[in-house]
Design a protein around this ligand. Sequence first.
Ligand code: GRF
Length: 216
Amino acid sequence: MSARKRVGVLISGRGSNLQALIEACAAPDYPAEIVTVISNRPEALGLERARKAGIAALAIDHKTYASRKTFDAALNGALCEAGVELVCSAGFMRLLTPAFVEAWRDRQINVHPSLLPAFRGLRPHEQALAAGVLISGATVHFVRPEMDAGPILLQAAVPVLAGDTPDSLAARVLEAEHVIYPKALALIASGQAWVEGEAVRFASPELGRPVFLAEQ
Ligand code: GRF
């Protein structure tokens, strides 16, 4: 097997998507390894998850930087120092500067808990319930300077059920995130998916099939 791609994961909190990636990377034939986890919040639970898995975990507290520009420069420096080739944002709650995004163009992906381009930004589940949609889901996409925008790599759909609250819908969608994020990272790390123009291409069509998660 060719060398595993070196991945840096950016988090801000709980880190359940990070955990899904850590577990996927444990498989001997997984094409990526996490070499560093960086949180902009020192108290993020995800840092503990990383350390437990023996992965270098680092807090870069945005509050100690004078500007987004200097914070992003520190973030970029840490990723480069760790020899990172691909960046995964996993519940990372900071907007990145265009310069950072450009530096990692087509090498950075994000997971968002809605079927993009619907319900970008904060509180996507409140937005979905307010809109009355019957299906929601999760999206993994390449990162662009606009929030929750960029070429779509994988999506998973889940039903919205009668009586759903933002929390119950979030829990259902989170399971979908945990399914597609490791799959999406594997696709780009193995070179089976890539960006052409502003669309994602797959080495074979079945690799880009949507995932449908039935009612739990
Ligand atoms: C996920 O729903 C992610 O899509 C969103 O924030 C949540 C983070 O969860 N951006 P976790 O930290 O991965 O558990």
